[in-house]
Design a protein around this ligand. Sequence first.
Ligand code: NDP
Length: 278
Amino acid sequence: MIIDGKAVSEKILAAVSKEVADSGLTPCLATVIVGDDPASQMYVRMKHKACDRVGIKSVGVVLPGTSTTGEVVNAVAKLNADDSVHGILVQLPLPNGIDTEAVIESVSPEKDVDGFHPYNIGQLFSGRPEFVPCTPGGIMTLLAEYKIDTKGKKAVVVGRSVDVGRPMAALMINADATVTVCHSKTDNLADEMRKADILISAIGRAKFVKPDMVKEGAVLIDVGINQDENGKLCGDADFEAVKDKISAITPVPGGVGPMTIATLMQNTLKAARILSKN
Ligand code: NDP
């Protein structure tokens, strides 16, 4: 079974669009981009486009790559203080020399629609999630849509980044899975991966996941965005090689990626609803 993230994301965007129209609110997402990294610019453009589609207002703050940490923090502080802004997203990675943690911590937790602020990460790990990082949040929505049971299942997350691997593990714990987190220092990685009923690969290595690393009938969630030897977009999984061994897989493109942006729209609407009640 192919888990169609594109189709599910379309459904979510349509639902958010209707909710925005019915709410009478004008949710607003502010993006902050520092420097002129083309990939970051592309991601931010996609986020603004999604906002346009669902009726969320978006504003973009663009700072030069030479900005100091203090200048970025000041720009975020202005957005924190602006009542017309409900969600703030600082596009990562930030240029070298900027203290990424300080910038993330400067975002008001109640406008932290990326869910990266230590307060929101802490709430997630405490089992009381408020704003959940968009990629793992989107994966949980996909699992729910496809009625993939997590309770009591063995989930193996490969990757321990703060944006994907760690929050993914917390969400799986909260969803009653038994969770193992692997990374580049894991001994006998393939042995660990083969134990997974649900294998989530977020490492960023093209076609890394081979048939001998997956259990027969496993669900494989492929978060990776890579280029293969011909420069073609591909995931962490060697899709053609593993597809007959597993029971379900997210393709790349069209799997996890579209869910990330759809979840960002959900988070922004949620922030607008919460802040408007204040
Ligand atoms: P990071 O580079 O921050 O983290 C990668 C993780 O993978 C690290 O924990 C690293 O281990 C681990 N890792 C790397 N190589 C290996 C290996 N050979 N064996 C085992 N573990 C390994 O990346 P992100 O978490 O930000 O992203 C991961 C992938 O997901 C990338 O391809 C990225 O483009 C994609 N992505 C996709 C999104 C989407 O919307 N679809 C959103 C975000 C990311 P260690 O900690 O030991 O270094």
